[in-house]
Design a protein around this ligand. Structure first.
Ligand SMILES: [Zn+2]
Length: 300
């Protein structure tokens, strides 16, 4: 509760400072106008909310634009609340891409004409993790591609080419998921984490059983933990899954109680500093997920 009130207050504060922000931005412009003009043309600057839009946009622009991320690596995206400096950044950005208002309500509440929800209208009540559906991920990339081409006409040809390559990559992923997840000993994904992988389960006829049946970071109940342990034992499950954003103790406990091994599934909405430094792409993360699903569900 305390956190929610904090968020509301923050938004009130944001509304008050947004006017100030406009004048700050204006001051900055005036100063820049007086600064010596550089001969070197700057790359376009594109701001993204989190790693999902970041990696899709990086696929499109490569090094032709400077892409930055509002949420630093390691941040838990569902409970993210922007600081006044983040709101200023969005208001000053020429282009700001975020996922959508259901997953990132704070982004849609910030008044900025250059903000765009790449996953607009794609989320469902049951599942906010739209990029786990390959067709929806392609639509997100398509909207980013069209917008970048319109905003930065000099990049048009290259971005169009890169989008075509990305769409082929994603289509190949889709084919690999279909074929590799067709014949598996188990179809139950026992996941010590939250409901990020519902779309994969739905699209490939798997049963997704997350310990935390919510998008919010919350503690699982002892009853849910015991029920999961019981099912894993009854079904003679060999592998369970978890995600990086959670401390490993819960998965370790369930693994030790059930004699299972733990495999990682990558949400992509949460990334570590190391993964960011390596610039692991959407495609690479989704292939890692497929590899671990194939192993954990004993597919052939
Ligand atoms: Zn999530």
């Amino acid at each position: 509760m305390e956190k929610k009130e904090g968020a509301l207050n923050l938004f009130k504060l944001a509304a008050v400072i947004s006017l100030t922000a406009v004048s700050f931005a204006f001051c900055a412009c005036t100063k820049e106008q007086n600064a010596p003009v550089s001969n070197q043309q700057e790359n376009p600057q594109i701001l993204t909310s989190s790693y999902v839009p970041y990696t899709l946009v990086k696929n499109l622009v490569k090094d032709m634009a400077d892409v930055s991320m509002l949420m630093p690596p390691g941040v838990e995206p569902h409970s993210f609340e922007p600081l006044p400096k983040d709101i200023l950044k969005i208001q000053k950005a020429k282009t700001f891409f975020y996922i959508d208002k259901t997953l990132e309500p704070w982004a849609s509440e910030i008044n900025n004409n250059n903000s765009l929800a790449l996953g607009k209208d794609l989320a469902t009540q049951e599942d906010l993790h739209i990029w786990m559906d390959f067709d929806k991920a392609t639509l997100m990339a398509l909207l980013a591609s069209k917008t970048i081409q319109r905003e930065y006409p000099t990049l048009k040809q290259e971005v169009n080419k890169n989008f075509a390559k990305l769409a082929i990559d994603i289509n190949n992923l889709k084919k690999s998921y279909s074929s590799k997840l067709a014949n598996c000993k188990s179809r139950d994904i026992y996941h010590i984490g939250h409901l990020a992988f519902g779309a994969i389960a739905k699209n490939y006829n798997l049963n997704f059983k997350p310990l935390i049946n919510s998008s919010e970071a919350q503690e699982p109940s002892p009853k849910d933990i015991l029920e999961m342990i019981k099912q894993i034992k009854e079904k003679n499950i060999k592998y369970i899954f978890t995600e990086e954003a959670l401390p490993p103790q819960m998965a370790d406990l369930i693994a030790s109680q059930t004699g299972t091994q733990i495999l990682m599934l990558y949400t992509i909405e949460h990334i570590t500093k190391e993964e960011f430094d390596k610039q692991i792409s959407y495609q690479d993360f989704m292939y890692k997920n497929l590899e671990n699903l194939t192993k954990g569900l004993e597919c052939n």
